[in-house]
Design a protein around this ligand. Structure first.
Ligand code: SF4
Length: 300
């Protein structure tokens, strides 16, 4: 397996509640890693030599800032490369951003990625002059902004009028995006979604770990639970072809979930993730430990 990176969902909580969010981040969400759980994960990763890197994501990582700093410090002490993804709400000026970033650099942080697009309440132009990125670079830290192009018509009904050519932008329509962003967008027949376009489910290079111990191949598609079985064992036992949901996705994409499990469906969907997410929602009672947790399906 080419897996070399664990992406820690430090919390499902976020100070924002963005329409496109895969993980239903929100101030109302639950789930936060404790320091002792993080130490458990680091030790398990030490026993799995292929893991070389930890990324810390959310939710919003900086709302649990002391835990984030300690997590970076500990991962660095143990020899892992580290990165953080954040919405950058804390970077209110270059000077203030430096105050937030300095302790992370001291802790050994290698890379900072700041979401900066209209979904996160930022004008696209800010990407060029984001105070968090400027401050980080001036302090010698690798940093960049990451952005998703919104669907045409997003929060602009005039642009979505009949005759306008709508597209889905850069959004993948899973999680909250499947609920909030699909209205009015062009659709394709469900049978046409015969492959997963984004994830190498059979041989992933990175997987996500949430505060409930779930290891996610894609958000809400679980490989195993780290609080129930050691990471090394989960990885050794993983067989994509015998995993009931992944096996179907590899065999024939989201459409195969419909064929194989007889899921009720609509005639068409915006993209593969839209069909996949809706089919998985319907299959959760059948696979409660694989299509989990509730937080990832917006029902917690
Ligand atoms: S098709 Fe399904 S498994 Fe693939 S990226 Fe989209 S939601 Fe994830």
């Amino acid at each position: 397996m080419k897996l070399n990176s664990l992406h820690i969902l430090l919390t499902y909580q976020c100070n924002y509640e963005c329409d496109h969010c895969f993980v239903w981040g929100s101030p109302k969400q639950s789930g936060i890693f404790t320091l002792s759980q993080l130490e458990d994960v680091f030790q398990q990763a030490m026993a799995t030599p292929q893991i070389r890197e930890f990324y810390f994501e959310g939710g919003e990582t900086f709302i649990y800032y002391p835990i984030l700093v300690q997590a970076v410090k500990r991962a660095n002490e143990l020899g892992f490369a580290t990165g953080i993804v954040t919405n950058g709400y804390w970077a209110t000026s270059i000077e203030d951003a430096r105050a937030w970033i300095r302790p992370l650099i001291k802790a050994g942080l290698n890379r900072l990625e700041i979401s900066c697009d209209p979904f996160h309440g930022s004008p696209a132009e800010l990407a060029e002059i984001h105070p968090g990125v400027i401050a980080a670079k001036r302090l010698g830290l690798r940093a960049c902004t990451i952005a998703i192009d919104p669907p045409i018509g997003y929060r602009d009904p005039a642009a979505a009028k009949p005759g306008t050519s709508l597209t889905g932008g850069g959004v993948m329509f899973r999680g909250r995006a499947a609920d909030k962003l699909t209205d009015g967008l062009p659709r394709q027949p469900w049978e046409s979604f015969t492959a997963c376009p984004y994830e190498d489910l059979g041989n992933p290079s990175r997987i996500h770990l949430d505060p409930f111990g779930y290891l996610h191949l894609c958000q809400g598609v679980v490989m195993g639970n780290l609080w129930e079985r050691p990471l090394s064992q989960i990885l050794a036992d993983y067989n994509a072809k015998t995993h009931p949901v992944v096996g179907a996705l590899i065999a024939g994409g989201p459409a195969q979930l419909i064929h194989q499990f007889g899921v009720d469906h609509k005639p068409d969907y915006v993209d593969a993730c839209h069909l996949c997410y809706r089919a998985r929602e319907a299959l959760r009672p059948e696979f409660p430990h694989i299509l989990a947790p509730d937080q990832m399906y917006g029902v917690a």
